[in-house]
Each structure stands twice: as structure tokens, then as C-alpha cells.
Write a protein that binds this ligand. Structure first.
Ligand SMILES: [Zn+2]
Length: 184
């Protein structure tokens, strides 16, 4: 499971961003999408090694320092990085029956929720039956989630929230095209 994370994390980002913006007037929830694959960096090491809450906190602190130099508030960067990391862990937990020791060092339990019972083959491998890049079931539910998040946020906030997910220049260009009623 790799590309599927983008859809689920995208949906979570849009909804967390909706709430965060309401209370702070800021929204850096794109960081959640940026961190959608962060725990899987352990693929280069020992898979599962980063899939726990200790690495999640350490990752959040590192990202907070890094993103601070890009003008993002320390708290915002930490908050969204941790949520982004946590979203990935949750997504793995929801899909797999035998997942990772997420609560290490408090617990070594690796049991997931296994809400998608048919994603593991008899050989114990993830079934990537969508062009070998995703599992169709997991992907479709992820897409539905993302669409729902888009609809919910647009309903409460109007379409302007998309500005948080693109460079300002790009957003202004889009707005310009819409307001002049012409295509480029
Ligand atoms: Zn993972």
C-alpha cells in the first residue's frame, strides 16, 4: 500500500485544515499530504521500524525545525507533521490485519483493524490489482473519502480553500482567469 495513502491523507488534510483554519485563520494542512509517505521511509531500513508513535514525535520535531526556516510557525509545522505521520499509521492499521507495533514502547501489539479483508493474498502479500500501484478496493474507498472531504469543505467554506494547497502566484493566476471569464 503506497499510492493509496495520498487519497486518504488528502481527505484528512482537507478536513483538519477546515477546522484549523476556523480557529486560527491559518492552514498549512498540505504538510499532512507532504508527510503521507513518511513512515514508509523505513522501507530502506527495516519495514515497520518507523511505524510507531516514538518516531512520530521525533519526526514532528525535526519537521517543525525544518519547516520553520520556510516561514511556517513551529507549532503548525509540528501539529500537521505529526497528524500526517499519524494518518499514515491509521491508514495501515485500518487496512491490515497484521500491521505494525504502532504503540511501541507501550505495547508491541501489531493487530490492525483489517477493514479490508481481501487485500492480502494467500502468500501474505498485498494485492496491488490496480495497475500494480494500488489495491482497487482500498483505492476506491480512498477516492470516495477524498471527494466527500472536498464537498464538505466547499460546503462550509466555499471553493477558496484550494489556495492553501498551491503557491500563491498559481492561485492568483487561476482567480484571474475565472474573474476575466476567459481561458488562457
Ligand atoms: Zn506504512
Amino acid at each position: 500500500m503506497l499510492s493509496e495513502h495520498i487519497f486518504y491523507s488528502g481527505a484528512i488534510a482537507i478536513l483538519i485544515g477546515l477546522i484549523f483554519y476556523r480557529y486560527t485563520g491559518r492552514d498549512s494542512s498540505w504538510i499532512i499530504i507532504l508527510c503521507a509517505w513518511a513512515p514508509d521511509l523505513d522501507l530502506f531500513l527495516y519495514h515497520g521500524a518507523f511505524h510507531n508513535i516514538v518516531i512520530m514525535i521525533i519526526f514532528g520535531i525535526i519537521m517543525a525545525f525544518l519547516l520553520q526556516s520556510f516561514g511556517i510557525k513551529f507549532f503548525d509545522a509540528f501539529f500537521f507533521s505529526v497528524i500526517g505521520f499519524c494518518a499514515h499509521l491509521l491508514e495501515d492499521a485500518v487496512v491490515f490485519e497484521e500491521a505494525y507495533p504502532f504503540l511501541w514502547p507501550f505495547s508491541t501489539n501489531t493487530t490492525g483493524l483489517a477493514l479490508f479483508p481481501d487485500v492480502i493474498s494467500s502468500r501474505g502479500r498485498y494485492i496491488g490489482n490496480f495497475f500494480r500501484i494500488a489495491n482497487t478496493d482500498v483505492l476506491i474507498i480512498g477516492l470516495v473519502f477524498l471527494l466527500l472531504a472536498i464537498i464538505i469543505r466547499t460546503y462550509f467554506e466555499g471553493p477558496t480553500w484550494i489556495r492553501w494547497y498551491m503557491p500563491e502566484k498559481f492561485y492568483l493566476k487561476i482567480i484571474g482567469i475565472f474573474q476575466s471569464g476567459r481561458l488562457p
